[in-house]
Design a protein around this ligand. Structure first.
Ligand SMILES: C[S@@+](CC[C@H](N)C(=O)[O-])C[C@H]1O[C@@H](n2cnc3c(N)ncnc32)[C@H](O)[C@@H]1O
Length: 273
């Protein structure tokens, strides 16, 4: 099975409900949040004129958000899925490139910051992607990673999904079941910090600055995704976006400081040559 093709087909389908199920909005507040996320993980402010490539931009939360928050920075979005790119364009992301993350039609050494938010775990050949990202990056550039799942998020998420499915009590149609299986087939990896550090080093990133983050926000998003899938009428009456924003704030203030690192749900940080 060609797992890149599986991802393309799945994300071309998912793009129609991605923002709603993942509580994504494209407004001034989310643009500020996108900028804060990137600059926080990068460890510095973006500089005017810098080139930022959002690899796997999806519906453009970062690509459109960064462009809105920092019009003096050149933000380019790329994604495998034409459907996702259509949504990113509608959200204000531009320019956009349709490309596999392991084969970017971008000149070597031309990118200052490559951002990758929740994409690495969809790529069948992670070492090839990191080598490609190292190629396109300037010597003093950085790859900013966020929302990459840790192993533990699958365990915690599975418990939540089981409870929700029991509570929502709605069997899937054959078509819904197909897309559920496609979703599982498209999510290829979970990571630990040492694994990503090692993968980064092998690709020529000698200075990894990585950590784990998040707990509550990922649980809220899992609940949103499942509830929208099973009971869309009910899901649309609940304020997922506000709850997710509060959960993300809680994670930044409490989870990322007090919860043991091994229990957190995402790998975040930066890789530098
Ligand atoms: C979970 S979404 C994340 C989207 C976006 N970065 C965000 O934060 O909302 C994963 C994205 O990776 C893209 N993707 C999957 N495989 C890819 C590949 N081989 N090359 C480029 N993009 C890919 C999908 O089309 C999808 O838009």
């Amino acid at each position: 099975m060609d797992l890149v093709e599986v991802n393309k087909v799945f994300h071309d389908h998912e793009c129609d409900y991605y923002d709603e199920r993942f509580a994504i909005v494209h407004d001034a507040a989310s643009a500020r949040r996108a900028l804060a996320e990137v600059e926080g993980l990068l460890g510095r402010a973006l500089r005017a004129g810098e080139v930022v490539l959002d690899a796997g931009c999806g519906t453009g939360w970062l690509a459109a958000g960064l462009r809105r928050a920092r019009p003096d920075v050149v933000v380019v979005g790329s994604d495998l899925s034409a459907g996702m790119l259509g949504k990113a364009r509608a959200a204000g992301g531009w320019p956009l490139i349709q490309a596999d993350g392991t084969r970017l039609p971008v000149a070597s050494g031309s990118v200052d910051v490559l951002v990758c938010r929740g994409v690495l775990h969809h790529l069948p050949d992670v070492p090839a992607a990191l080598a490609e990202w190292r190629r396109v990056l300037r010597e003093d550039g950085a790859v900013v990673l966020s929302s990459e799942p840790t192993t533990v998020v699958e365990q915690h998420g599975a418990v939540l999904v089981r409870l929700l499915l029991r509570a929502l009590h709605k069997p899937l149609t054959a078509e819904e079941d197909f897309w559920e299986v496609a979703s599982m087939a498209a999510n290829l990896h979970t990571f630990t910090v040492p694994q990503v550090e090692e993968l980064g080093r092998a690709a020529g990133f000698t200075r990894p600055v990585l950590r784990t983050a998040d707990w509550l926000s990922t649980m809220v998003l899992t609940a949103s995704y499942v509830t929208h899938g099973r009971r869309p009428g009910l899901a649309r009456r609940l304020p997922w976006r506000q709850v997710e924003a509060l959960a993300a704030r809680w994670d930044a203030l409490v989870t990322d400081r007090l919860l043991p690192a091994s229990l957190r749900h995402t790998v975040v940080g930066r890789l530098q040559p």
